[in-house]
Design a protein around this ligand. Structure first.
Ligand code: SF4
Length: 481
């Protein structure tokens, strides 16, 4: 009998920024107690039950080819198993973690282990990945990975796997959780109902990577997947779609059919949900506890400058209030520093949060990630603060640095106003108040706010260090084209 081919699928950790809960700049001034406190909190956050499994690797590990055995290595929790033999290692590459991925790939290949690179960064920037891989998987890998595994078994791997069309989401492809260690995660009940986004927000690359057309899975497949998952993990479900309400008729039918299963769930939606009354009611009845919504900006000029056109700014507050009244807590994500923003914008954000009672505000700085239209535009306008040719830079992950010159606000004034805004929003008192006021998931709301109170203090620290280092002036000129 021939031995199985052994394949390892690797997910890399993010080391810094909000997710990694670590300052980008080491703080030489911090004393032993502060360092100990920050280190302990960082470990707590990293190891906390907020981690969810990498869905893309769950999907790939569910593909069965006889004679091939797949394992997931989630490097947030474990070291790479160098002591074992692997016939193929597949690494998921995100921009921002690309350098880490390349380092690992180079190390493995030097030992004779074949490496496959895939993921968003490979799809967008294949040429920069090619020197670090034996093979590249470009685009959504669902169908391609089966070909890779079959070729591996035949001893006939090719250097490139790509397809001109997106996988058919209507075809049943049951996702398995067998390759996961359940206790590591906040929940393993991750469900994706479809892919693609019809919108065009210029800071986002979902529509670039997954297309503009909504592709949906069959409702019956999802219902049976939820029922199957529920048997092995009784925790909350996470619907990972970027916009679970993008196709209201489909979503209404799906969650109507899921209601008898009595799950609790959270997901991501657009604020339009506040005006989709029937769907909102169905969501609430089907066990929706919390949603993440991209508010992005309360400034009409910023919304149109960045093609965020799903809702008018005048409709936002009412929409948020409607969703909360339905008993669903909201994480509302803002981006401060968009092209219509001024130094008056922080006051408008504060008013909005207090008017709507938003449960967890997220105050982000625009991250012009390579592959997005805003990256190209800021590059052309000479507003990027770093070398746009360095697309593997760590800073494109969830960092806390200023990466560009805001249009209407001086950089130092911007940093000061951002620091002032986050200092006012994230306090221990506000965290406790928001937790008690949340329509559901009160403990999670309170915890998130408390974590953010710490994380945004790291963010302020990093931005201050960046200003003190004078890196704005040093970096902006040489790279303006
Ligand atoms: S931000 Fe959301 S709505 Fe806008 S393009 Fe991306 S996924 Fe679509």
């Amino acid at each position: 009998m021939t031995a199985h081919k052994k394949v390892l699928l690797v997910f890399l950790p993010s080391e810094s920024g909000v997710d990694g809960a670590r300052s980008l700049y080491s703080d030489t001034k911090s004393n032993v107690i502060t360092s100990w406190f920050n280190g302990s909190l960082r470990n707590l956050i990293k190891k906390s039950q907020f981690a969810i499994p990498p869905l893309s690797l769950m999907i790939l590990s569910s593909i069965e080819v006889e004679g091939v055995r797949q394992t997931i290595c989630d490097m947030r929790f474990e070291e790479f198993p160098f002591h074992e033999h692997w016939d193929l290692v597949g690494i998921s590459v995100q921009t921002g973690m690309a350098r880490q991925a390349f380092d690992l790939a180079d190390r493995l290949r030097a030992r004779g282990t074949p490496v496959a690179l895939g993921g968003a960064h490979v799809t967008l920037f294949a040429d920069s990945c090619r020197p670090h891989a034996d093979l590249l998987v470009q685009g959504e890998a669902d169908d391609l990975w089966k070909k890779v595994l079959t070729d591996l078994k035949r001893g006939a791997l090719k250097p490139d796997y790509h397809s001109n069309k997106f996988p058919d989401m209507g075809e049943a492809k049951p996702v398995s959780k067998n390759a996961l260690i359940k206790s590591r995660y906040f929940t393993t009940n991750l469900i994706q109902t479809g892919r693609g986004c019809p919108h065009n927000c210029d800071f986002c690359n979902v529509h670039v990577l997954n297309g503009h057309t909504l592709r949906r899975r069959a409702i019956s497949d999802i219902v049976s997947e939820v029922a199957r998952f529920q048997q092995h993990d009784h925790r909350i479900f996470f619907f990972v779609d970027d916009s679970i309400n993008a196709d209201p008729a489909y979503a209404n039918e799906l969650f109507r059919q899921l209601t008898p299963l009595k799950i609790s769930w959270f997901g991501q939606a657009t604020t339009t949900l506040g005006q989709q009354h029937e769907l909102l009611e169905t969501f609430a009845l089907s066990g929706c506890r919390a949603l993440l919504v991209g508010i992005e900006s309360v400034e009409a000029k910023s919304r149109s400058a960045h093609k965020k056109n799903q809702n008018r700014s005048t409709e936002l507050a009412g929409a948020i209030q409607n969703i909360r009244k339905a008993g669903i807590s909201l994480y509302g994500s803002f981006i401060y520093g968009l092209d219509g923003d001024t130094l008056d914008t922080p006051a408008a954000i504060l008013d909005f949060i207090s008017e709507t009672g938003l449960d967890v505000p997220g105050i982000n700085i625009l991250r012009p990630t390579p592959g997005t239209r805003v990256f190209e535009r800021l590059k052309e306008e000479g507003r990027l603060l770093f070398d746009p040719r360095d697309i593997t830079a760590f800073r494109y992950t969830f960092g806390q640095e200023m990466l560009y010159q805001p249009k209407n606000i001086d950089l130092e004034a911007f940093v000061e106003s951002y620091a002032d805004l986050t200092r006012k929003i994230f306090t221990i008192k506000n965290s406790i108040t928001r937790g008690f006021a949340a329509p559901s998931a009160k403990a999670a709301v309170m915890l998130f706010n408390l974590f953010y109170t710490h994380l945004y203090s790291l963010s302020r620290h990093d931005l201050r260090r960046q200003v003190e280092a004078g890196s704005f002036e040093k970096t902006i000129l040489p790279y303006a084209e």
